[in-house]
Ligand binder design. Structure first.
Ligand SMILES: [Zn+2]
Length: 367
């Protein structure tokens, strides 16, 4: 049952449904709907333009709306007369959106957007089974019909909730362009506090996602995201070591992020490497000495991970000693650490002399 938005709307709707003094026919899908020129012209620009152009044959006018179905056109007309907002179940929402766009009917577009947000997007709450599908359905529709605000919200939500929304067939079937826009949102959510969690999620998805034809683009996106996470870690490793996101690993029993962290260590700059080595050394000292604090509650796994990071960072410093000793943060390292790295570097470079000679290693000169 259609509901008019006011008593006036109710009366006008009755006038439409009872065909009182109708003076124009709208033809759709082989059916005829009687309507009123003055109402159509005053409510919808599309009809106003059309009827202005067709003035001469005033008495016989028929407007044909090809390509649309009867339920969509009938509801659009009910809305024009009464402001009705309750879209009937037999009305295809995509078709109605296209019709509203063609008719240039802003109030109907607003009704459709509200309907989509409520029934398809669940007002963008935390993703449930239905809306992770519904938002994906909304996105191309919003794009085609120029519903930009809805489109942007869909993209933002799909990017933000990538762990729940990407591993779905309907998401995989979106155009590459739309998937890329979602990816950009996810990428922009990369931050010191989120990178560890995002890396863990990427690893989890890569191991749990089934190897099927439709998952191929999703594997591609997650692999790309994981690489971006690793590069982000490499750039900011010292800050990440002290972040809540990283320290939260200390409470987890099981995770597989080691390989990613080691890949990030290999991509660090000398400056970040010096600072990171300092940070991890301090963390290890805290776990060794402090009792009955949050640091004492770290799992053995995490303590082992810290030691592994320390070893790999030290190896990086030694292998890149010729650059490391000239970087700004070299001075942050304790003199005994500096000496240990220089001594080890000499051994490494002596050992690798034939290939290392052209590097003109400053460590040689100083010793
Ligand atoms: Zn939901």
């Amino acid at each position: 049952m259609l509901e008019a938005c006011s008593k006036l709307g109710e009366d006008l709707l009755k006038m439409f449904l009872d065909e009182i003094e109708a003076d124009i026919i709208i033809e759709v899908d082989g059916k005829k709907i009687k309507a009123h020129r003055c109402i159509l012209s005053s409510r919808a620009k599309y009809f106003a333009n059309l009827l202005r152009a067709n003035k001469p044959d005033k008495n016989t006018s028929t407007i044909s709306l090809e390509g649309f179905s009867y339920p969509a056109v009938h509801f659009a007309l009910c809305h024009i007369y009464s402001g009705a907002m309750n879209i009937p179940k037999d009305c295809n929402i995509s078709e109605l959106a296209l019709l509203a766009d063609m008719l240039n009917l802003e109030t109907l577009t607003a009704v459709i957007v509200f309907h989509l947000k409520m029934h398809y997007c669940h007002f963008f709450h935390r993703p449930c089974l239905q809306c992770s599908q519904g938002v994906v359905e909304c996105l191309p529709l919003a794009t085609v019909c120029g519903l930009n605000e809805l489109r942007d919200r869909c993209i933002y939500w799909l990017g933000k909730n990538f762990t729940r929304t990407w591993p779905n067939k309907s998401f995989a079937l979106l155009s590459e362009e739309l998937r890329d826009l979602c990816y950009n949102v996810t990428f922009h959510n990369l931050a010191i506090n989120t990178v560890i969690d995002m890396t863990l999620n990427c690893d989890r998805l890569l191991t749990t996602l089934p190897q099927l034809k439709w998952t191929e683009p999703i594997f591609g996106m997650i692999t790309r995201l994981l690489q971006d996470c690793i590069h982000f870690m490499a750039k900011n490793f010292n800050q990440i070591l002290n972040s809540e996101g990283f320290l939260a690993l200390g409470k987890l029993e099981c995770y597989c992020i080691e390989e990613d962290i080691i890949s990030a260590i290999e991509l660090m700059t000398p400056d970040v490497a010096c600072k990171s080595y300092e940070s991890v050394t301090q963390l290890i000292q805290l776990t060794d000495t402090v009792e009955n604090t949050e640091y004492a509650e770290f799992t053995q796994n995490f303590v082992d991970l810290l030691h592994k990071i320390s070893r790999h960072s030290e190896r990086y410093l030694i292998q890149n000693a010729n650059k490391v000793v000239h970087c700004q943060s070299w001075a942050c390292l304790a003199p005994q650490v500096q000496k240990r790295i220089k001594d080890a570097a000499v051994i490494v470079f002596e050992f690798e002399k034939p290939t290392a000679l052209h590097l003109v290693c400053p460590v040689y000169k100083e010793n």
